[in-house]
Design a protein around this ligand. Structure first.
Ligand code: NAD
Length: 319
């Protein structure tokens, strides 16, 4: 597969377009508004520049990557000769369905159509599809050009060759894909994340820990370990007898509420939405967002460098 089309040039779309281009693919990225495309171009340039600064990319690789991306507001033009279409437009079902109708009317029958949806089941996304068997979900994580995981979601009707081609494409662009064995709401990561957040919110409500304490605790324990040693591997190292005691003793103590905590609803009602409104669990100065994102990306790149080094070491051990 050589020609990639990315629909939507927002937080996720621009990062996935960058990944495809870095892997040598021709990329067309489409958004409705020229401003979205201009912003995407700037974000991609900035992200590539940081990689050059960190010696993870040469200047000529950066230029070649940029040259492989075409920006357009014209959906029909974006879809010409597409081998793989990645839809990353807003999470509004009608918008996505209308877009797929046009996509299917333009692309060849061999073209794979994937969605970056975080919440919609594949059967909803394909309710008006002429060829539901070539639809698939590829769920990336923000920032997609740095976070390795992609959750691949298929259903019974999805063609095996579509699943395999998508899996190999994700590998080719340097991701770590996982194919879900069956579709469930929230896929894997967001289910585990929400389970963890429920308990963190519960601890805050009980007055055990502040938001800042929760961050210190997680960064210094699970966050530190999990990039290299996953939760299941960690249990094997600790011993499963201990795991069984811990689960048995603590499960009855944990929160099992089915609704968001009142304090979260109140924060949202008061426009305390986090960095974009200057206040969330922390308070942010006006110009802090860009700086914070730059620092996060710097840290993630350092982690990636370590993970890549580990992969290379394992590769050389195995000959
Ligand atoms: N933001 C995240 O952390 C995250 C993570 C994983 C998956 N997702 C999913 O990725 C998708 C995109 O999310 P995002 O955060 O990048 O959104 P976003 O709002 O940042 O970007 C959406 C982009 O789509 C463009 N757009 C709007 N309507 C369009 C249309 N009809 N055709 C083409 N382009 C259109 C907008 O101009 C914008 O460029 C959603 O399905 C979302 O659920 C988001």
């Amino acid at each position: 597969m050589k020609n990639m089309t990315v629909l939507g040039a927002g937080i996720m779309g621009h990062g996935v377009a960058q990944l495809f281009a870095q892997a040598g693919k021709n990329v067309r990225i489409q958004a409705r508004r020229q401003e979205s495309l201009d912003q995407a171009r700037e974000l991609i340039t900035n992200s590539l520049k940081i990689m050059v600064e960190k010696d993870m990319l040469t200047t000529s690789e950066m230029k070649a990557t940029q040259a492989r991306i075409t920006y357009t507001t014209n959906l029909y033009e974006a879809l010409q000769d597409a081998d793989f279409v990645l839809e990353s437009i807003p999470e509004v079902l009608e918008l996505k369905l209308d877009t797929y109708e046009i996509v299917e009317s333009v692309v060849s029958e061999k073209t794979i159509i994937s969605s970056n949806t975080s919440t919609f089941p594949l059967k909803d996304l394909t309710q008006r599809a002429k060829h539901p068997e070539r639809f698939i979900i590829t769920h990336f994580f923000n920032p997609p050009q740095l976070v390795p995981l992609v959750e691949i979601v298929k259903v019974a009707v999805t063609e095996e060759k579509v699943i395999q081609a998508t899996y190999h494409l994700m590998k080719e662009i340097g991701r770590s894909p996982v194919i879900l064995q069956k579709e469930v709401p929230g896929f894997i990561v967001n289910r585990i994340q929400v389970a963890m957040l429920r308990e963190a919110f519960h601890l805050m409500e009980m007055g055990v820990a502040t938001a800042e304490d929760i961050d210190i605790v997680m960064k210094g324990s699970m966050g530190f370990k999990w990039a290299f040693c996953g939760p299941m591997e960690s249990q094997d190292l600790a011993g499963l007898q201990t795991t069984k005691y811990m689960v048995e003793n603590l499960l009855p103590e944990l929160s099992d509420v089915k609704e968001p905590p009142a304090f979260l609803t109140e924060m949202v009602e008061n426009n305390q939405l986090g960095i974009r409104t200057g206040k969330g669990f922390y308070t942010y100065a006006d110009n802090q967002a860009a700086e914070k994102i730059r620092k996060r990306d710097d840290d993630f790149l350092e982690l990636l460098r370590l993970l890549n080094r580990e992969k290379e070491t394992l590769h050389s051990y195995s000959g």
